[in-house]
Design a protein around this ligand. Sequence first.
Ligand code: ZN
Length: 249
Amino acid sequence: MRYLMLSDIHANREALEVVLEAAGKDYDEVVSLGDLVGYGADPNEAVKAVRALEPVALVRGNHDKAGCGLIDAEDFNAIARQAAQWTQQELSEDHLAYLRELPEGPASVGGFQIVHGSPRDEDEYLFTPVEVSENFEFSPARLLFFGHTHVQGGFVLNREGVVEEMEPVHGEGASRLEFRMEEGSRYFINPGSIGQPRDGDPRAAFAFYDEENSVIEYCRVPYAIETTQKKILDAGLPESLSRRLAAGR
Ligand code: ZN
């Protein structure tokens, strides 16, 4: 089974379209790690596109919860809160209902697990080896996919018991980097964010997982950032949400 791993689309239609075009028919099943909406100007289109893909497994993100009114955005910073309120007004009733029904992680699929934040807490950010170390006991899986940080890569717990960060270094343009998982190691993998990367690379990020061959493939694709930026400004969303897309921060 070959999985297409999608995370943190954040209502960015242009980025999602380019990702799906690049993925083509090169997968059997789709998995979604949450945050379909929030920040971007096309929440209905993002939800519609993901629903059409019929993911075999999916979990909700914090922005999905805020965007459908499941939580109020009190804990969000002012900019994220403003975007969440705008998103809730914009979403159709049908899409609001869909977001409200999204499950909390962890979810199991194939021989692996998925979460939005961490296995311990769906809203926790996994930025450091220490944070990851504390979370291995909360998942029995050899492989876990997470999102939420918008940083492509992840962490490996090697056979010596050391947690190391994985930082894929891509070439120009559309780029794919693959690696084979080692026997006896455990992996927390982040496919990166499609709609709002924060790892310094503005290209849309996603990944494939080939379960038979234990191969992860990190992908980046350029998209029409200016179009997305203009939509954000035209929608009256905060200007910084437009600006950060070009920086990938
Ligand atoms: Zn997110």
